[in-house]
Design a protein around this ligand. Structure first.
Ligand code: NAD
Length: 244
């Protein structure tokens, strides 16, 4: 049985990706920042209902040694790592002039350094297997910029560069690396926006609605599938036509 690792998967887009990959037949290694994220949460049971193995691993993906240990633990438990989805991410929004150093550093560490940490360790397992799929969560903010998200846009643009570099470095080992760049998707992350912000955003979206987490997980499922075996180094925007 093949194994998929999804970071930041106790809720939101990560949980939807984990569920979809379970439906596709993968055993699932969930990850999130704390034990508390899995308390009063039926995600493990919902995944297991698909007849696959599922276990959660608590680790801070911005922490290099915690990622090294987590990848070792997942490999020991599941035997292989076939799909890595670098999904964990945070926002600390604010205009550049008022952005603290701590807010910049934290977002870069969680959104960007995590991709280095996890791809280095899980990528090494995939290289020995001579196969693997790596799928990174970028954002339209990383492609087009977004006022109030200097730190977040920087981290999500970096993901584009890292995605293409990994595709070039690991392609000859049978490993693909792609990114998806969601627009505005209904999750706890976007619930934080106020009504005026939500209304202004809707006016910019050709489809005049927010996306659903399933509309992200479906594309991730495709990128992990056999049908995408010759797709690498690409960034697929999933935004309902936001950037046109
Ligand atoms: P979310 O806040 O609902 O979920 C993110 C998950 O990551 C949470 O469970 C959180 O606990 C976990 N996490 C945070 N820091 C972590 C850490 N250091 N280690 C491990 N886990 C950690 O957010 P979401 O909307 O589901 O976003 C998922 C991904 O999609 C993020 O990378 C985000 O930037 C990206 N994205 C979201 C949207 C959107 O509209 N929601 C748009 C574009 C991109």
């Amino acid at each position: 049985m093949a194994t998929a690792v999804i970071t930041g998967s106790a809720r939101g887009i990560g949980a939807a990706i984990a569920l979809r990959l379970a439906q596709d037949g993968y055993d699932i290694a969930l990850n999130d920042i704390s034990e508390a994220m899995f308390e009063d949460n039926d995600i493990v049971e919902r995944i297991k209902a698909n007849g696959v193995l599922c276990e959660y691993f608590v680790a801070d993906v911005s922490n290099y040694s915690q990622c090294e240990q987590m990848v070792k633990d997942i490999k020991a438990k599941f035997g292989t790592i076939d799909v890595l989805v670098n999904n964990a991410g945070i926002t600390r929004d604010g205009l550049l002039a008022r952005m603290s150093e701590e807010s910049f550093d934290t977002v870069i560490a969680v959104n960007q350094k995590s991709v280095f940490n996890m791809t280095k360790f899980a990528g090494s397992v995939m290289m020995k297997q001579r196969s693997g799929r790596i799928i990174n969560l970028s954002s339209v903010a990383g492609l087009w910029g977004n006022a109030g998200q200097f730190n977040y846009s920087a981290s999500k643009a970096a993901i584009v560069g890292m995605t293409k570099t990994v595709a070039k470095e690991l392609g000859s080992r049978g490993i693909t690396c792609n990114a998806v760049a969601p627009g505005f998707i209904s999750t706890p992350m976007t619930d934080k926006l106020n009504d005026a912000q939500k209304e202004a955003i809707l006016r910019m979206i050709a489809m005049r609605r927010y996306g659903t987490v399933e509309e992200i997980s479906g594309v991730v499922s495709f990128l992990a599938s056999k049908d995408a075996s010759y797709v690498t180094g690409q960034v697929i925007e999933i935004s309902g036509g936001l950037s046109m």
